[in-house]
Design a protein around this ligand. Structure first.
Ligand code: ADE
Ligand code: ZN
Ligand code: ZN
Length: 277
């Protein structure tokens, strides 16, 4: 997701934390003067493209996604996650560091930032799918309501941010700066649409020791949505202009994936900071 998607997931989760988890999260964030999860939700996107010499971590670029071909049925670790450097394996690794009360506080803060970010990314359909080596749609050029974002619009960026920003009227400033108040307002709208039954069902795969299985399930859900809808509804012509028809399909999918990610992130954090099982 782009900066608004990650902030919205963080905001939905923040409002669903137990008092114990809210306190644990606040204590970790306070190390860097942060007050809420949305402030750190996009941090992993700021380090991947920087060289090591500038404090960057280029080896983390692949941690944000898993390329499962749409011709396949489901995630396969050996085939889809070389070196275990994909989101499905990194997310449970980071959850383990976060839940380890004996790990150094700065390590746990870094793990918290990764968990907030990766629970978001694993729910973006194109972060768990690709077709014909298109890198999750990054090489599929198109326009959206006639806009090519100065040549930067593609199928991946449309799903990361194009649809949310347009449908929710969110504006990205320079250097990816966002309006946090606008993100919180949109998160409230989405949060209010989640029924208690949905929340309980979505969070039911968050169990002690079930972290890896849950990550696989969430990636497989994303992959299924990419097969049936993201690519399934895509016009065959190259460089197509997508508008009302595609957006009317995509926006409900984006909304439910942000809602599910928020609910599940809260469940993960409540478990991490909860009484040990
Ligand atoms: N680069 C290669 N595959 C990708 C994907 N599925 N999502 C984001 N970036 C990628
Ligand atoms: Zn992306
Ligand atoms: Zn990311």
């Amino acid at each position: 997701w782009g900066p608004y998607g990650h902030a919205i997931v963080a905001d939905i989760a923040q409002s669903r934390l137990t008092p114990q988890a809210a306190q644990g999260v606040a204590a970790l964030l306070a190390q860097e003067g942060h007050q809420s999860l949305d402030e750190v939700a996009s941090w992993p996107d700021t380090i991947g493209h920087l060289p090591r010499s500038a404090g960057g971590a280029p080896e983390t670029l692949s941690w944000h996604y898993v390329d499962i071909d749409v011709a396949e049925q489901a995630y396969d670790r050996a085939r889809d996650c070389p070196g275990d450097a994909c989101v499905v394996e990194k997310l449970p690794q980071m959850e383990a560091v976060l839940a380890d009360a004996h790990a150094p506080a700065e390590k746990r803060l870094e793990a918290l930032k990764w968990v907030v970010h990766l629970v978001g990314d694993i729910h973006q359909p194109l972060h768990a799918a690709q077709r014909a080596e298109d890198k999750g749609g990054n090489t599929v050029r198109l326009t959206y309501y006639g806009d090519d974002a100065n040549g930067h619009m593609n199928l991946h960026s449309l799903w990361d941010s194009g649809v949310i920003d347009r449908e929710a009227g969110l504006v990205v400033g320079r250097h990816y700066s966002i309006d946090f108040a606008a993100a919180r307002k949109e998160a409230k709208v989405l949060d209010a649409a989640i029924t208690p039954d949905e929340a309980a069902y979505w969070a039911s795969d968050v169990t002690p020791g079930g972290e890896r299985r849950a990550a696989i399930d969430w990636a497989d859900e994303s992959h299924g949505l990419a097969r049936s809808l993201v690519y399934g509804a895509l016009p065959a012509n190259k460089g197509a202009d997508l508008g009302d028809a595609y957006s009317a399909m995509a926006w409900p999918v984006v909304q439910i994936r942000l809602e599910q990610a928020g609910v599940r992130l809260a469940a993960v954090l409540n478990q991490s900071f909860g009484p040990s099982p």
